[in-house]
Design a protein around this ligand. Structure first.
Ligand code: ATP
Length: 234
């Protein structure tokens, strides 16, 4: 399997603070990797460094074989990667439909995309004219995931999407992301605190501790859950 993403000995940080310390991780094409770790270990920083919001100080990042180390975020758009940050970047005053249109500019694709996403999240078809800011927190997250999927990324980076979601929404989200992987061969790097969701969705987990990947393994191995919980509790 060829790599969708490789992070090779990448260091980065903010001002004088070094956060990522020669972190290395790869996501194969079609693979789902869950990145777990305690608060403040650098998980979001890793995603932001991949996306060029934080400049790498050392190391190399490749996307589908092309070197993207230090490439600015706006230049990454159109290269098949899509990023869902922890903060919800929706336009609160725009309608559901207008928010979805941001992902695609072709009318036929918008129509097909809205239909497809509504098959996953029926509220979308029912609330196309509702302002996004008036949706519930969970619905806003589903709208954001829909918008991201409508851009048909080959690699999706998602930061803590399960936070604040009720169990049935989390299960729905897991099913949707697995369905999209099966349908479109999507690769996924997921930052997650919700261990059950992280392992149920992923092929592989990786643990980030003080800016380094300190453990990784198959997510469905019998010992995976205990390993991850041990890392999160010490
Ligand atoms: N813009 C910033 N400027 C300075 N320091 C920052 C900035 N963003 C994050 N940090 C610091 O970098 C460290 C890693 O933060 P990061 O958000 O990457 O961790 P995380 O593992 O995603 O944590 P959490 O699980 O709490 O979201 C933290 O100490 C944080 O305070």
């Amino acid at each position: 399997m060829s790599a969708a993403l490789t992070i090779d000995s990448v260091s980065s940080g903010y001002g004088g603070a070094v956060i990522l310390r020669e972190a290395s991780l790869a996501v194969a094409e079609g693979e789902i990797v869950s990145l777990v770790g305690k608060n403040g270990m650098g998980k979001s920083t890793l995603l932001k460094t991949i996306m060029g919001f934080v400049r790498p100080r050392a190391g190399r990042i490749t996307l589908f074989g092309a070197d993207i180390t230090g490439v600015a975020p706006h230049l990454l758009a159109g290269r098949g990667v899509s990023y869902t940050p922890q903060e919800l970047p929706l336009f609160a005053d725009l309608t559901v439909e207008e928010n979805l249109r941001i992902a695609v500019d072709d009318r036929a694709r918008i129509r097909r995309g809205v239909e497809h996403m509504s098959s996953y999240f029926p509220f979308i078809a029912q609330r196309l004219k509702q302002r996004a800011g008036t949706l519930s927190g969970g619905e806003q997250k589903m709208l954001l995931v829909s918008r991201t999927l409508m851009s048909e990324p080959r690699l999706l980076l998602i930061d803590e999407i399960s936070e604040g979601l009720q169990p049935s929404m989390i299960e729905r989200l897991r099913d949707v992301l697995l369905a999209e992987r099966a349908r479109a061969g999507l690769s996924l790097l997921l930052v997650e605190q919700h261990v059950s969701f992280a392992l149920a969705l992923a092929d592989r987990y990786a643990v980030l501790k003080l800016g380094e990947i300190v453990d990784s393994g198959p997510a469905k191995a019998p010992e995976a859950r205990a390993n991850v919980i041990a890392h999160l509790s010490v």
